[in-house]
Design a protein around this ligand. Structure first.
Ligand code: NAD
Length: 282
């Protein structure tokens, strides 16, 4: 029987632990503030932003909401970020992506101070991760490491295959698994014989962005499967990049969708906000 890795439960535990830490900071007179910037009112972005605000409220982090008109100029947005970079009372800055087409996302990401880059997208944060220095780590892959550790799944020495090489998930995931001493392979859209590569994995992380793409033929008996994908099917039900029903009897552990990786992303964002305290105030 496969172990079902319960991201809802683990993320709730992390948020409880963070709540305690935030309370301790408050008692020392230290408040934590996250600035959340949304440009325009894309419904999916609004849901994500609202969930982040709710998580802040639960943990005791103050959130500053910037709901900006979708026609705001790039310069105006960069000026707001600059102002937030300079504010001592702001610990973290998050700009909800995607941004409207007239705004250069890279420029915006690079404008955020690496000391407040709680999403971990700044090139300095990415560079720090790749050379093993301290810095913020992208929340979804950081959450996956936490899921593995808290489920007592060893990474050291394991064959780890990451399918997908995006800057937000696949690449930082590979770096983190390497940091944990896994033997890491990154597969992507140009990989030859994906099935053979995927079948090597003791730990298979799937971030392809294609519903139910990975079935039992791609999975080694007894592997651990982490499904990053989120999709809504024709019946409005959520599913992942992995065909759960097809693989569940073959694996030793698996994350469900929903309730696996998804809830961990916000928990790790909150964790990044809490760990930003030392950087700004001490
Ligand atoms: P992306 O589209 O940026 O990247 C997809 C990657 O998959 C690419 O690197 C591509 O090379 C690879 N790929 C595409 N087709 C492939 C194929 N046929 N064979 C092998 N590789 C292939 O996606 P992303 O931003 O990394 O997100 C991946 C999925 O994870 C999406 O479903 C997204 O919604 C989801 N996601 C979830 C969370 C969360 O919090 N749970 C966070 C981020 C992304």
């Amino acid at each position: 029987m496969a172990k079902i890795i319960d991201g809802k439960k683990i993320s709730a535990e992390i948020k409880e632990e963070l709540k305690v830490k935030v309370k301790e900071y408050k008692e020392k007179g230290i408040d934590i503030t996250l600035a959340v910037i949304q440009v325009g009112n894309d419904p999916a972005s609004s849901v994500y932003v609202n969930n982040k605000k709710k998580a802040c409220e639960f943990i005791g982090i103050r959130s500053l909401a910037y709901e900006l008109d979708e026609n705001i100029s790039e310069k105006e947005l960069l000026d707001i970020i600059e102002e937030l970079n300079n504010r001592e009372d702001v610990n973290g800055i998050l700009v909800q992506l995607p941004l409207p087409e007239h705004i250069n996302e890279d420029k915006v990401i690079e404008a955020i101070s690496p000391l407040k880059d709680v999403d971990g997208f700044h090139p300095m944060s990415v560079g720090a991760l790749s050379i093993g220095k301290k810095g913020f780590v992208s929340c979804t892959p950081a959450g996956i490491i936490e899921l593995l550790k808290r489920s007592d799944i060893d990474i050291a020495g394991k064959e780890c295959v990451v399918i997908g090489r995006s800057n937000i998930v696949g690449k930082p995931m590979a770096m983190l698994l390497l940091r944990e001493n896994g033997t890491v392979t990154v597969a992507h859209s140009r990989t030859k014989d994906l099935m053979e590569v995927a079948k090597r994995a003791d730990i298979l992380v799937v971030a392809i962005g294609k519903p139910k793409f990975i079935n039992a033929d791609y999975v080694k008996e007894g592997a651990v499967v982490i499904d990053v994908g989120i999709h809504r099917n024709e019946n409005n039900k959520l599913c992942g990049d992995v065909d759960y029903d097809s693989v569940v009897d073959k694996v030793s552990a698996i994350t469900p969708v929903p309730g696996g990786v998804g809830p961990m992303t916000i928990a790790m964002l909150m964790s990044n906000c809490v760990s930003s305290v030392g950087l700004v105030k001490e």
